[in-house]
Write a new protein. Structure first.
Length: 237
């Protein structure tokens, strides 16, 4: 049965923001999410590429210049820290979470450094990520904030993310239309919650995955968190 019909979050899923989910961090986003340490969930936004390359953010680190894809905005948690999704047959190192088969999310600085220096283009790099405390993601789904699809690594590494949200939103609608009557009614009831949505909440407790510094390759010297966001959006040199 498709994940969209069950809305289960005990394994990796794609979360497609409901059109009425107007929070600036999540409006028209697609998020890859999976269970994390402590019973919560972790993930990254897949369809918000920045205008900056990893090499431009770390100009003195030669391996970073080999990364082809842009850096992505991954979510509102730890906005000044780098995380990555990496294709790997085995856990790439300490501070990594298995998202699904052959796909891991790395948080720890030395693990990310090793990935950049050995297989730079087997990964996609994000500034910030998304976290939910135990039960939070299921509550958001129950409130109708997210449409749920089976996780797909090809979607996670898609080169062109323009139109991704619209495409996957249509897919969820086709799944609902094709679902048996009892499942379709349950899904419709869930999405009807969009008319009475409460403002989305955010957790304040952060689970530690190891080093909090973004990497041993320091950010280009002399800029603050706000400068970092400006650099990602292309508003700063």
């Amino acid at each position: 049965m498709p994940a969209a019909a069950q809305a289960q979050v005990d394994e990796a899923v794609l979360l497609v923001a409901h059109p009425m989910f107007r929070d600036l961090d999540y409006n028209q986003t697609v998020v890859l999410a999976a269970p994390g340490p402590g019973g919560g969930h972790v993930g990254v936004i897949l369809n918000r590429p920045s205008r900056r390359s990893l090499g431009s953010l770390f100009p003195e680190h030669e391996p970073s210049k080999k990364v082809i894809d842009p850096v992505y905005y991954g979510g509102p948690f730890s906005r000044t820290a780098l995380v990555c999704l990496v294709r790997a047959d085995a856990n790439p190192g300490a501070g990594s979470v298995r998202m699904m088969q052959h796909l891991y999310m790395a948080f720890r600085a030395d693990t990310i450094d090793h990935i950049i220096e050995t297989t730079p283009n087997a990964a996609r790099y994000y500034v910030g990520h998304v976290r939910w405390e135990p039960g939070e993601l299921q509550e958001e789904i129950d409130r109708g904030l997210w449409n749920v699809l089976d996780a797909d690594p090809e979607v996670a590494f898609r080169k062109d993310t323009e139109g991704m949200w619209e495409e996957l939103l249509q897919r969820t609608r086709r799944l609902r239309a094709a679902a048996p009557a009892d499942q379709a009614a349950a899904l419709a009831a869930g999405f009807a919650l969009s008319n009475t949505m409460r403002p989305p909440f955010a957790s304040t407790r952060i689970v530690s995955f190891g080093a909090k510094r973004p990497s041993r390759i320091a950010f280009a010297s002399g800029f603050s968190s706000s400068d970092w966001i400006a650099r990602l959006s292309g508003r700063a040199p």
